[in-house]
Design a binder for this molecule. Sequence first.
Ligand code: ZN
Length: 306
Amino acid sequence: MNKSEDIQTGIGRTACAPPAPAAWKPGTSIQLGAGAEPNMKLEDLRDNGVGCIELAWPNDVFDMLEPDNRNRCEELVRQARELGIHVWSLHLPYGTEWDVSAVDERHREAAIARHLQLMHLAAAWKIGTVILHPSWEPIPAAERNERLQACRRSLARMAAEAERLSLRVAVECLPRTCLGNTSAEMRELLAADERLGVCCDVNHLLQEEPEEFVRKLSSRIITVHMSDNDGLDEKHWYPGEGVIRWNDVISALLECGYHGPFMFEVRPVSPDRLGQCWSRLMSDYSKIGLKIAGGEDEDAAPIEKC
Ligand SMILES: [Zn+2]
């Protein structure tokens, strides 16, 4: 097997016992610019136990490279850290101009260049993970293979640049006709470079059960987007409001030794609802018994994080 195709060795994760889910930090994606929740305060996130954030923005109306926006964001990063909130990830924009699967080489190069500018910003802000959508949509069936190959070339370039910047690129699984809409296709994309990780967005998985996807991509999963759906399309509902079997998702992540944050990507973002949702998920999970996670019991000494 070619080294870059070894799906399990991934990005150098050290083997260790899986942590209990309560060891995961709950986090949330927050929108900047026009999509921002008007009354949401970072203090409220902290007070509700939300210890991580991901920065995201609607790229059609918010240009992060515009100096005022960049300065505002830098200030938000500073404030979050002062409150003890980990700024875990930055969501790279998506859309036609950001499509790294474009078949036209000039278009694709321009998209990569845009992403690289933001990756430099993420590195300057010491945010360790960037989330990348492998394509925009729709992808016509007749073009799919060509788009996959184009995307793989982009991913290899971005993975190399990420390493130079001490970043990790997490390729997000996507719904509908987008590239990366199944675990099998994600594997094809990840084979472009072993340094690539996965952002598992359970709400985007419309063709297979999320727990199945998690087990198949296993150690390549370095971050997650957690929200619920109706089984037909993405909804970004709070977990428990849709059809996803959360205990099964949590079990699968534990089996795979996942140790990133439990990053919610729900809309609207409400700190107290997030805190309540996290408590309920943990309470529901505790009821099925912790045996699935590797024989841990509540009185056992906490397991050191990987
Ligand atoms: Zn997502």
